[in-house]
Design a protein around this ligand. Structure first.
Ligand code: MG
Length: 454
């Protein structure tokens, strides 16, 4: 073995030694002038080495429902005047429980701790309750994590995507939601979104599981079972309707637009496998949630039966739930609900794991994610190499009045603003005008009244 090139480099080691010792003669020899060495390196305006530690002063939940969906935002205030961070902790269906988790437990856990060590905060908070991986506490943790990233971005004077590695693309390509009660109405809706510039459109007939197109009264209601506002799903009618919907939309809208569909886990595994095979010729961009998360083993059969791309994961709480499906390449798109999985820190790990298996991201972006959460995941979308597509968000005037700095949409792309951190603020006075509720009805039943996983 010969010596490396570095070890033979003339004078390198001596140069370093001279710099370390501050040898006047040596430095003069190198630079020729004492003026040059007197110049100090320019210190950037944001974070500076040796800055005093910034600590968490308080953590609180801000609950608001400008568009009807309960939204929860975590606000982390710090010992530095005016410096705070915001994160999304939304769990619409159990919002009041998340508020309690934040105000009663997270605040106590966080006060006095350093804002800078996000990974350490995440790991210690994750196990601080001993029992972990459930919703509610995960939502609270997500809000804290995003708020700490927001603070770090503000301290660095950089938008979040810069801290995650910078941009891999100029903007975030999104898919829109087209719906209607007939295939023709859906095709018209798809054309509307295509005219707005969307290249990807999700198609749903009669809502999830076609529940709103069912006209007959289910037997369970006649039999006095269940409750007045329970939804009825006719599984057979739904399964038959999907290939017809794809056929009509392809005929009307052509082959260029990418079409997506969400099964929402509502039917029997073999039935959905057969349905997916029946839509192969319409080349869907992906079919989402073919099974419930309790039925993951069915992916083996699905992958042997069809090559239609699959998206899955929005219901996963525990980041470890992503591991085996990704190692086994059971799905092609990772649906992460960032405010459920624990925030930006674990979402980045999941996205990076996907890179090793060429599995792309398709993060969950429904109306029950706050604009802070939408912006946070858009920063991730910009940064990771294996971004696939983003579910579009709609930022109404009401939402913008509560959340100044919402991302913007143009030509089917989402753009974050360039403000430091996540870039979305909250107007607490406006937020207070829209109180949250505890009402939640997500019941769907079969004809005989059996509960369907939603
Ligand atoms: Mg879904």
């Amino acid at each position: 073995m010969g010596k490396s090139e570095t070890e033979f480099s003339p004078g390198r080691r001596d140069t370093m030694k001279m710099l370390a010792l501050g040898s006047g003669a040596g430095l003069l020899g190198l630079f020729g002038s004492t003026d040059t060495i007197a110049q100090k390196p320019e210190i950037p305006t944001g974070y500076k080495t040796g800055m005093p530690t910034v600590k968490i002063k308080s953590v609180k939940a801000i609950a608001t429902a400008p568009e009807g969906s309960n939204l929860i935002v975590v606000k982390v205030e710090t010992t530095e005047p005016g410096l705070y961070g915001l994160g999304c902790a939304t769990f619409t269906q159990r919002a009041a429980a998340v508020v309690t988790a934040i105000n009663s437990y997270l605040n106590d856990f966080c006060v006095g701790k350093d804002v800078d060590n996000i990974e350490d905060m995440w790991q210690s908070c994750y196990v601080s309750s001993y029992w972990r991986n459930g919703p509610v506490l995960n939502n609270a943790l997500s809000g804290l994590d995003e708020a700490l990233w927001d603070i770090k971005g503000k301290r660095a004077n950089m938008p979040l995507y810069q801290l995650l590695g910078g941009k891999s693309r100029f903007a975030v390509d999104c898919y829109a939601h087209a719906g209607g009660n007939t295939p023709e109405a859906i095709a018209e809706d798809v054309q509307k979104y295509m005219a707005q510039g969307f290249r990807h459109v999700r198609i749903q007939q009669g809502g999830y599981g076609a529940t709103s197109t069912v006209t007959q009264k289910p037997d369970f209601k006649a039999g006095g079972f269940g409750y007045e506002d329970d939804n009825y799903m006719n599984e057979h009618a739904y399964l038959k309707s999907v290939p017809k919907m794809f056929d009509t939309v392809r005929k009307v809208c052509g082959d260029d637009v990418e079409l997506l569909h969400d099964v929402h886990e509502r039917v029997q595994p073999m039935d959905v496998i057969n349905m997916i095979k029946a839509v192969e010729d319409y080349h869907p961009y992906f079919i989402e949630d073919p099974f419930s998360p309790e039925n993951m083993e069915w992916f083996k059969q699905l992958r042997m039966s069809t090559t239609v791309p699959i998206a899955m994961g929005e219901l996963f709480n525990n980041i470890n739930e992503f591991k085996m499906p990704m190692v086994n390449q059971w799905f092609d798109y990772i649906r992460v609900h960032v405010s459920q999985v624990g925030g930006i820190t674990p979402a980045m790990k999941i996205a990076r794991l996907g890179e090793w298996f060429n599995i792309k991201t398709a993060f969950h972006g429904p109306g029950d994610v706050s604009p802070v959460g939408h912006a946070a995941q858009a920063h991730i979308d910009l940064a990771v190499w294996n971004f696939g597509i983003q579910e579009r968000a709609v930022f109404s005037d009401k939402l913008q009045s509560v959340f100044p700095g919402c991302p913007t949409m143009n030509n089917g792309y989402m753009f974050v603003n360039e403000a430091p951190g996540i870039g979305v603020d909250i107007n607490e006075t406006e937020a207070a005008k829209y109180p949250i509720t505890t009402k939640s009805n997500w019941q769907v039943r079969k004809n005989d009244g059996t509960i369907i996983r939603p």
